[in-house]
Write a protein that binds this ligand. Structure first.
Ligand code: NAD
Length: 359
């Protein structure tokens, strides 16, 4: 079956979305990007274009829950496949604003699937999360490990997966690959793209980078009394360039089977918070002071993937190690000490933008 050539990417200006856009442009895809920039700068897509040397397609600044605007995008373009990144993603924030998380994450997904069905688009790659496994008893986690979400963010991803599986069951020909990412970190090796959270970073790697550059005084380590080797939480970190590559490979395989299928996306290796701090120190050559504070509500001791299913079914596995993740994150931080400038000036023409679906 022919691989898709025009791909609709929701959340394409975000951290993982922007790296995936570069990867897809590098492999000849045409992109239709939708992003409301609630958690990204519009200028990110100019950088995507700079790196890829081209941008064929269109950019729409809209909320994926806006059904009329979404439908107009599907009317205007012949779309072969969709990658759905757009979502709210902070565990802690989801404990404070649960309804907003269900609204954006579940509402965005149902709006998108509705538009796909209406327009006969049958291939979707969905951004899921290892957080849906929650406080699991046994590591590593396989795709058959039970889902036990411990916070509204994780629950929203699990609900989306249930909805997608059910819609697939009732829609002949619809194929969905749900990728359960473990912990994507790092940056594009050019230093032009990376993770640029608004406000104080909720994730470890951008926090380390901001401490090393001097924007933050120290890293907070949330708990050192977990049942892990050094007492700090263990996660399976994965280079964002590997995540981007995995999406390109997923597009080649979304047509392989039928219905809904979920895959872990991880390296299969866990690193503790203290190990990551040490790796970042080594990569940056800078001191990275930290202090231990209480556990964060909703956090779990360890999440490590059994990553063999993707390797078996796609013949693909991640190749970049923790040192490369830290090195690339540090390069992005050095070149962009305050993240993406609000109005990124460069001498390259911008990708065509169609606000609210109008040319
Ligand atoms: P991000 O916040 O950097 O990117 C998400 C993008 O979606 C942003 O550009 C944001 O402006 C946009 N967006 C949000 N709500 C929208 C809406 N209603 N309409 C249109 N655009 C909207 O996040 P990311 O780290 O790139 O994550 C991408 C996806 O991967 C998310 O679904 C997230 O839940 C999932 N995920 C991320 C991680 C991680 O650690 N980064 C881990 C597991 C899963």
């Amino acid at each position: 079956m022919r691989s898709p050539s025009t791909v609709l990417v929701t959340g394409g200006a975000g951290f993982i979305g922007s790296h995936t856009c570069v990867e897809l442009l590098d492999h000849g895809y045409e992109l239709i990007v939708i992003d409301d920039h609630s958690n990204s700068a519009p200028s990110v897509l100019d950088r995507v274009r700079r790196i890829a040397g081209r941008f064929t397609g269109a950019v729409y600044e809209l909320d994926v829950r806006d059904r009329n605007a979404l439908s107009a995008v599907f009317d205007r373009h012949t779309i072969d496949a969709v990658i759905h990144f757009a979502a709210r993603k902070a565990v802690g924030e989801s404990m404070r604003m649960p309804a907003a998380y269900y609204d954006t994450n579940v509402g965005g997904t149902t709006a998108l699937v509705h538009a796909m069905r209406e327009h006969g688009v049958s291939r979707l790659v969905f951004s899921s999360s290892c957080s849906l496994y929650g406080d699991a008893a046994a590591m590593p986690l396989t795709e058959r490990s039970p889902a036990r979400p411990t916070n509204p963010y994780a629950a929203s991803k699990w609900i989306c997966e249930r909805i997608l599986a059910d819609v697939c069951r009732l829609t002949p020909g619809l194929r969905v690959l749900s990728l359960r990412y473990f912990n994507p970190v790092g940056a594009h090796p050019s230093g032009l793209l990376g993770e640029d959270p608004h406000g104080r970073p909720a994730n470890l790697m951008p926090c380390l980078a901001q401490v090393a550059i001097g924007r933050l005084d120290r890293v907070d380590v949330y708990g050192d009394d977990y049942d892990t080797a050094d007492g700090t939480a263990v996660r399976d970190y994965l280079h964002v360039m590997d995540v981007a590559e995995a999406h390109r490979v997923a597009l080649d395989h979304v047509g392989d089977g039928t219905g809904f299928r979920a895959y872990n996306l991880g390296t299969g290796e866990g690193s503790s918070v203290l190990q990551v701090i040490e790796a970042f120190r080594a990569a940056s050559g800078r001191p990275v002071p930290y202090r231990v504070v209480g556990r964060r509500p909703g956090d779990v001791p360890a999440l490590v993937a059994d990553a063999t299913a993707v390797a078996r079914d796609w013949g693909w596995r991640p190749t970049r190690d923790l040192a490369a993740m830290c090195r690339d994150a540090w390069r992005f931080q050095q070149l962009n000490p305050y993240g993406y400038p609000p109005d990124d000036q460069n001498d390259h023409p911008r990708p065509a933008r169609h606000p609210q679906g109008k040319e």
